[in-house]
Design a protein around this ligand. Sequence first.
Ligand SMILES: *[C@@H]1O[C@H](CO)[C@@H](O)[C@H](O)[C@H]1NC(C)=O
Ligand SMILES: *[C@@H]1O[C@H](CO)[C@@H](O)[C@H](O)[C@H]1NC(C)=O
Ligand SMILES: *[C@@H]1O[C@H](CO)[C@@H](O)[C@H](O)[C@H]1NC(C)=O
Ligand SMILES: *[C@@H]1O[C@H](CO)[C@@H](O)[C@H](O)[C@H]1NC(C)=O
Ligand SMILES: *[C@@H]1O[C@H](CO)[C@@H](O)[C@H](O)[C@H]1NC(C)=O
Ligand SMILES: *[C@@H]1O[C@H](CO)[C@@H](O)[C@H](O)[C@H]1NC(C)=O
Ligand SMILES: *[C@@H]1O[C@H](CO)[C@@H](O)[C@H](O)[C@H]1NC(C)=O
Ligand SMILES: *[C@@H]1O[C@H](CO)[C@@H](O)[C@H](O)[C@H]1NC(C)=O
Ligand SMILES: *[C@@H]1O[C@H](CO)[C@@H](O)[C@H](O)[C@H]1NC(C)=O
Length: 537
Amino acid sequence: MSSSICILFIFMVLYILSVHVGPAEATFLPLSTESRWITNGYGKRVKLACVNWPSHLEPVLAEGLDKQLAYYISARVRLMGFNCVRFTWPLELPLNETLGNLTVKQSFQRLGLNESLAGIEVHNPWIVDLPLMTAYEEMLAVMERKGLMVILDNHVTTPGWCCGLNDGNGFFGDEYFDPKMWIKGLMKMARMAQKFPNVIGMSLRNELRGPKSNVDDWYKYMEQGAEAVHSENPNVLVILSGMSFDKDFSFLHNRPVNVSFSNKLVFELHWYSFSNGNAWKTGDSNKLCGQITASMMDSAGFLAKEKGYPIFVSEFGVDMAGKNVGDNKFLSCFMAAAAEQDWDYAVWALPGSYYFRQGTKDMDESYGLMNHNWTAVRNITTLKRINALRLPFRGPGWNRTVQHKVIFHPLTGLCVEKRPVKGPLRLMPCQMSQMWTYTANKTLEITGTHYVLGSSGKAEKMVPLTVSLPHQKATQWDMVSDSKLHLATKAEDGSELCLDVDRYGLVITNKCKCMDGGDPNCDPASQWFKLVNSTMV
Ligand SMILES: *[C@@H]1O[C@H](CO)[C@@H](O)[C@H](O)[C@H]1NC(C)=O
Ligand SMILES: *[C@@H]1O[C@H](CO)[C@@H](O)[C@H](O)[C@H]1NC(C)=O
Ligand SMILES: *[C@@H]1O[C@H](CO)[C@@H](O)[C@H](O)[C@H]1NC(C)=O
Ligand SMILES: *[C@@H]1O[C@H](CO)[C@@H](O)[C@H](O)[C@H]1NC(C)=O
Ligand SMILES: *[C@@H]1O[C@H](CO)[C@@H](O)[C@H](O)[C@H]1NC(C)=O
Ligand SMILES: *[C@@H]1O[C@H](CO)[C@@H](O)[C@H](O)[C@H]1NC(C)=O
Ligand SMILES: *[C@@H]1O[C@H](CO)[C@@H](O)[C@H](O)[C@H]1NC(C)=O
Ligand SMILES: *[C@@H]1O[C@H](CO)[C@@H](O)[C@H](O)[C@H]1NC(C)=O
Ligand SMILES: *[C@@H]1O[C@H](CO)[C@@H](O)[C@H](O)[C@H]1NC(C)=O
């Protein structure tokens, strides 16, 4: 067998194995938390790798049922490597019986969505005459049968696209956001979810925002909402969002949430390129990544790092066509942080297309995992890259090896591989990563050996593994640039060389890119590496 066929074969086996890792996770429910980790009934970490599946727009039906079988879509979610769905709902669904009692057919007819309705009649005729509330529950049953865990997410009050600063849905006391009604709706949904053990969490309200925002009301109502959900359904994780569109939890530095129960609270964070306005489009990647990551850690990341709560990045995403410059820069930075912190996450979004969004019928979702017609994955490269975050790097029950580092490459989602001592080093899926120790001397040593990551001392040359002999100076690697994501060493001529990857996926040293920060079009991402703590190789 030639080596390339051999490698292909190994990949196929790994792929098949990895796709089937999931169902067991969903078996030992309910989930709870153990410090910053979400764990199953055996105390083993379950890493949530979810997609957002909207069901909160005007028609109030899970999107895509006009294009594909509900079962097909659910199976596809699993095949794409996800183990869960953040399934959105509008508050009116459980509260407004006139709405909840409308059949799917009536709901689409009243909106003039006859084309979508015709599609649903073809692909999912079973759902057409069900009331909207029943249709929502039946979708939970479909996902349960496909082994998907579900988080019920109260996305808005009135069905429709979210979120504007002044849309009356933003904060407690807004025109369409009466805290009493909200609690009533949460309790109804929590009670309903008792029938579905695969519903493992409820996120209380999406993206709090707007002029009424204030910290005292956040504590008052979030604590009430959390207690209400827990009292109706003590099995589910209770997921709290922050202020300012789910970016800001800084108020929790000094004042904890006070609830009567424990081991169930999770915090959800949203992080997009546009969370920072146009900064990513126009700014220097190294500088932005350094600044924005630090500010995210201070406003949200500290909850996992210091306070012992899990963080669920319940929305992040990019334009899948790769045409949005800001998104492209953002994603590499996000991947570095998400891998390092080993956060649970949900990608925005599963569709495809929406029946009706912001006045447009059959609207395309450029951030969608599925293509417009829900027939295939929109961008397999980007999906694979995101999938690098799917398996835990560490956590309870995932101690296969001693604590070490993997050298993670955010641009590809790959890691510097494990291989025999001879030959060039490559990038490979992180399950095949080498175990590294970053020593006090700044050398990168294969854990438990005397082999270190060497340097050719020249640009565009592969890096060797060398034996570090006592009293001999081994290659030192510094984390440099404003992003601290460049691993730099000294060239023979005394200049700086950075770890890089060539077009064949070989690890090389090269001239450091974009170090002066002057050119916003300079893309350093091929030279970005993150040393990630792992116990999983
Ligand atoms: C909704 O349907 C339920 C069950 O069929 C019925 O009891 C209730 O009166 C209906 N409510 C409205 C407002 O139509
Ligand atoms: C209930 O839903 C119906 C159908 O969407 C709508 O016409 C009505 O205004 C809603 N009622 C309230 C109180 O929101
Ligand atoms: C939907 O309605 C429009 C306008 O009423 C009509 O032209 C079109 O043929 C209808 N499509 C279907 C699939 O019924
Ligand atoms: C937490 O809430 C309980 C019950 O409402 C209350 O008795 C207690 O004083 C609160 N603790 C703090 C630190 O606010
Ligand atoms: C997928 O994304 C990559 C990276 O952004 C981009 O280069 C590529 O063109 C995209 N492919 C498709 C089919 O959109
Ligand atoms: C990684 O491990 C080191 C050493 O144990 C520790 O200081 C650091 O905080 C860890 N990083 C994260 C993100 O857990
Ligand atoms: C989606 O399907 C429709 C109808 O079959 C077809 O006309 C259209 O070209 C397809 N669009 C894409 C983006 O594949
Ligand atoms: C496994 O890892 C967890 C979290 O990283 C740690 O708390 C625990 O002590 C480790 N257990 C063993 C047996 O090493
Ligand atoms: C650092 O290097 C010095 C000599 O170069 C060696 O004596 C020492 O043991 C090294 N320390 C570590 C932690 O590797």
